[in-house]
Unconditional design. Structure first.
Ligand code: WTA
Length: 652
């Protein structure tokens, strides 16, 4: 990389290899974004061409109107012509295979081998499951729940649903049964695909047991179970089916459903401001075009690349860049079942080396964790196959950026710091690797064709260096959400009311530098990013409220060295309870309602929570108790004395 001032640019050699190397693309796209996307869409396979590229009836919009397609024909058939026996993806299990024949470090004493799926293998597996689902009565438009860890069957399941036009709802495997239930109830899914168990840091997690609890009081009639960890599981003879039995005799071809461009492809839930998560609706045609081209250009995916995105399929990053994006581009990608620092802190390095990974995509929280283990560990690795590094999920600070750039990328890899959201379906802001520029802590330029702005509260456009609300302007991007499942009011309120129905409000604040590079500052709503996972303080508070002894609670995200942010909770009880016991119970409550990722770092039992005279909880003040910021004027509070008392509790 070439450094000019505080900016970095790709070298000539890098540029030569890159798919997109001329900044002219920005100009062409800006002239007519609709035409730009149309041209791209033509490179993909459509059963019937669209009549209109973009239509807009604020706050609703459509892309490729009237077009018919099936995304799996693009992920599979389209690749069979040239890449039939090319590896589509490699699965690396957690229990490590010891290549030198020595004992595996896995605590369970198991050793396993990676699995390779060629495009042809994947095609056959997807078709078989699609046929099996059909036999179970799954029809176009039906919702199917997928509660699977990072195993090949997760990808096969998503594609099998898409093949027959069923809508998949993937639920992160570390979510609690209660979190699973809410999603199954909201979608009224009749089928759930899960596994017996999976490995996490040497332990077997009994997923089936959680799934059984989660399907209670839902419409689920059949549970398909993948045999993964071979652990003992409860079984309901009439309801449960082994995956392997189900597909055994199925045909290797299933006719791809003709999907309308605007038919729903999947629903993915993200935390809402109350206890109820929002079902983000993504449709087929636009999402496909965006997943394909963002994947291809931002990660510069070429025929000989090995792309590894660490994201789990339970999150949007996993949907778009651990499944659809790389498959659409015909890339070989990697999925990994375990934690990147297990059984040794350099497991992730070993994986990069083992497969010669060329593009590595992870989150700042992982980067900070890698950094903490020390650079001595990295000296053993050359990382000479790496070409591009990616970051996603939260702002990456300058120190972490520099560390990643130097110690992992060895100063030769561009870092694509990719800004996007569950709602945007694919990456929307980042500099392109063959063009740049890259600047530590700045995510970069909007993707070609994307019109964004930074506005003040009144909607006035802000000049360089001034922080304000990041918004997206029409025609948006083809993959932007089309709705909140069964909740049009929420759709309108959350995204289209701050500045009216024509401007998409991201809930992020940002500013621009003089080169037009965008720096994301943070959320203006109650979303907190815990180790890159999206949670809301409101969601945690409603989980805590279910504890019978708790009258009131306030949750805030406080800075954390590794995880970026972590939740802490302040609780008030109407009963005389011991602080330690109640803290334990509150954490248990959160684990039960949401899952271990949301556990508050600390729970403080307090007498009172600071509030305004109108009764609004002042979370800002609670947060400042943990940062170096001044508390500010407390006179607006109805109960200013509560702050002093809370301070005492925290110090204890
Ligand atoms: C934050 C994840 C800074 C942002 C794909 C956004 C980022 C929220 C970045 C969406 C980035 C994501 N730099 N902040 N590169 N990427 N964010 O839905 O606040 O889990 O609104 O999607 O993550 O989180 P979500």
């Amino acid at each position: 990389m070439i450094k000019k001032g505080n900016l970095y640019f790709p070298t000539k050699e890098f540029k030569k290899r890159a798919l997109i190397k001329s900044a002219a693309i920005y100009k062409t796209a800006a002239k007519n974004p609709i035409k730009f996307w149309e041209k791209l869409a033509k490179e993909l396979l459509w059963q019937k061409k669209w009549k209109k590229v973009f239509s807009h009836r604020p706050p609703y919009f459509k892309w490729f109107v009237g077009g018919k397609l099936n995304i799996t024909e693009n992920c599979l058939e389209r690749n069979l012509e040239k890449r039939k026996n090319k590896v589509a993806f490699i699965w690396e299990p957690e229990p490590i295979a010891a290549p030198n024949g020595r004992a595996s470090p896995s605590k369970t004493g198991r050793e396993e081998r990676e699995r390779y799926f060629t495009y042809y293998d994947l095609y056959r597996e997807v078709n078989k499951l699609a046929n099996a689902l059909k036999k179970l009565g799954v029809k176009k438009g039906d919702r199917v729940g997928i509660y699977l860890p990072m195993i090949p069957e997760a990808i096969i399941s998503m594609l099998a649903c898409a093949r027959i036009g069923a809508i998949h709802t993937v639920v992160f495997s570390a979510f609690s049964p209660q979190a699973l239930r809410i999603r199954l109830q909201d979608t009224t899914a009749k089928i759930l695909i899960t596994a017996d168990g999976y490995y996490r840091k040497g332990k077997i997690i009994n997923l089936k047991q959680n799934a059984d609890k989660g399907v209670k009081s839902t419409k689920v009639k059949k549970v398909i179970v993948v045999k993964r960890a071979k652990n003992e599981i409860p079984w309901q003879r009439k309801r449960d089916l082994w995956w392997s039995d189900l597909i055994k005799n199925e045909k290797e071809f299933c006719k791809p459903a003709a999907m309308d461009s605007e038919d729903t492809l999947f629903i993915l839930y993200t935390s809402g401001s109350t206890g109820k998560p929002k079902g983000i609706v993504h449709t087929t045609g636009g999402y496909m075009v965006q997943a394909n081209f963002t994947g291809k250009w931002i990660f510069d995916l070429k025929e000989d690349d090995i792309f590894w995105s660490m994201a789990d399929v339970g999150w949007i990053t996993g949907h778009t860049y651990s499944c659809y994006g790389p498959l659409l581009t015909g890339t070989t990608f990697l999925i990994f079942e375990g934690a990147p620092d297990w059984p040794t802190p350099d497991r992730w390095c070993k994986i990069i080396e083992k497969y010669g990974v060329t593009t590595f995509y992870t989150a700042p929280t992982a980067i900070r964790m890698f950094e903490k283990y020390g650079i001595k560990l990295l000296k053993r690795y050359t990382f000479n196959t790496l070409q591009i590094l990616g970051s996603v999920g939260e702002p990456i600070d300058t120190a972490a950026w520099q560390w990643y750039f130097k110690e992992v990328g060895r100063e030769k890899c561009p870092i694509v710091d990719t800004w996007w959201q569950t709602e945007t379906g694919g990456i929307l802001i980042t500099s392109l690797p063959g063009i740049g520029p890259f600047k530590p802590a700045f995510t970069g330029l909007p993707f070609p064709g994307l019109r964004v702005n930074i506005l003040d509260e009144k909607g006035k456009s802000l000049p360089v260096h001034k922080e304000g609300n990041l918004v997206i302007l029409p025609p948006f991007a083809p993959g932007l959400l089309r709705g909140v499942y069964k909740n049009p009011k929420k759709y309108l309120e959350t995204y289209w009311s701050q500045y009216g129905k024509r401007i998409y409000f991201t809930s992020d604040t940002a500013y621009r530098d003089k080169n037009g590079l965008i720096r994301i500052v943070g959320r203006v709503d109650d979303v907190i990013k815990v180790a890159g996972h999206r949670l809301t303080t409101g969601e945690l508070e409603s989980a805590i409220a279910k504890h019978p002894d708790i009258t009131e609670s306030a949750v805030v995200g406080i800075p954390d060295e590794i995880k970026g942010e972590v939740p802490v909770a302040f609780v008030v009880s109407h009963k005389k309870r011991k602080a330690e016991t109640i803290a334990k119970e509150v954490r248990e409550q959160v684990r039960k309602e949401i899952g271990p990722i949301a556990l508050p770092k600390k729970v403080y039992l307090v007498e009172d929570i600071p509030k305004t005279r109108s009764g609004k909880i002042m979370r800002r003040i609670l947060k400042r108790l943990f940062t170096k910021e001044k508390l500010g004027d407390l006179s607006t509070l109805a109960n200013p004395e509560s702050v002093k008392k809370i301070k005492e509790v925290i110090v204890k």
